[in-house]
Design a protein around this ligand. Structure first.
Ligand SMILES: Cc1cc2nc3c(=O)[nH]c(=O)nc-3n(C[C@H](O)[C@H](O)[C@H](O)COP(=O)(O)OP(=O)(O)OC[C@H]3O[C@@H](n4cnc5c(N)ncnc54)[C@H](O)[C@@H]3O)c2cc1C
Length: 263
């Protein structure tokens, strides 16, 4: 490891000032510290967000859950109120990585990082969540800009994410067995206004699938999902799976997810 300075702010305002002055936010360190060890990232200064109490916690506000950016995956997985009202999100968190990753990794770190195979971005997009930052509120549809790219400006911190509670939802992850990230993950959410479907792991970034959304908004059944043709043209092919295989997985995981959401 090379030399850098580490700051430990105790308020969001102090962290925002450090970030505005160029410090790199450190959340659970599950991605950032590994990147620094590999010299893929070399910040001069880190601002450790773990001492900022107001950035952690889960609370219900009307028909939504507001989850602080520093809330660990394990705490999302174990939250009793969330498990009762939005179990798909708690289950998603319960199957991220391994026990250590879930103990340290955070919602804000995952969403800011926007790994194309990460689980949370699909929940944020399918649930039509709102990302609260130190500067503004950003709709999920405007937030994810492609591989590891988001609408966050330099120095802008995620403080919380607000997740509307759907009528039904499910997240189906087909794991890449070595990393446990999603080879393909599909998050399906049914609202009165229609169904939203977000896919992770299959392309260069999380995306909504218009064909599946239209079919499932008309008929929320596995059969309706099965009838949708999934175009493999823009999907990834790599040593783990071809684009055609991923396209088939999107269909199969969506059918399974709908069946699961229907109970
Ligand atoms: C072995 C392993 C397996 C994993 N498996 C999965 C999996 O199955 N599914 C999955 O979804 N993820 C998986 N992950 C990712 C993990 O869950 C973390 O979410 C991810 O590593 C980043 O979260 P973090 O809190 O550790 O952030 P950090 O590593 O601390 O930060 C990541 C990036 O986000 C920035 N950042 C952090 N917090 C904020 C903030 N509040 N505002 C703005 N920017 C911020 C940092 O500056 C950095 O650029 C895995 C990771 C590992 C190491």
């Amino acid at each position: 490891m090379y030399a850098f300075t580490l700051e430990r702010p105790t308020t969001t305002a102090a962290a925002a000032k450090l970030a505005a002055d160029g410090a790199k936010p450190l959340a659970g360190g599950q991605t950032l510290l590994a990147s620094m060890k590999q010299r893929l990232s070399s910040p001069d200064q880190l601002a450790d967000l773990s001492g900022i109490k107001e950035l952690s916690g889960i609370r219900r506000e009307g028909n939504a859950f507001v989850i602080g950016a520093m809330t660990r995956h394990a705490d999302v997985a174990d939250n009793v109120e969330l498990k009762a009202a939005l179990p798909a999100l708690a289950e998603l968190a319960a199957h991220i990585g391994d026990r250590q990753v879930r103990a340290m990794g955070t919602l804000g770190g995952s969403v800011a990082n926007n790994d194309p195979a990460a689980c949370y971005p699909s929940a944020v997009l399918a649930l039509g969540a709102t990302i609260h930052t130190t500067a503004r509120k950003i709709a999920a549809d405007d937030f994810f800009l492609g591989m590891f790219a988001t609408a966050l400006n330099d120095g802008e911190l995620i403080t919380a994410i607000s997740f509307p509670i759907p009528k039904r939802a499910a997240y189906m992850k087909f794991k890449q067995p070595a990393s446990r990230f999603a080879l393909v993950g599909v998050f399906i959410a049914q609202f009165d206004a229609g169904v939203r479907v977000a896919v992770t792991g299959a392309a260069n970034g999380v995306f909504r699938h218009a064909g599946l959304e239209a079919a499932l908004s008309k008929s929320f059944t596995p059969q309706a999902a099965a009838a949708v043709r999934i175009d493999a043209t823009e999907l990834n092919s790599d040593i783990h799976a071809t684009a055609a295989y991923r396209a088939n997985l999107i269909s199969v995981q969506t059918q399974r997810g709908v069946a699961r959401a229907l109970g």
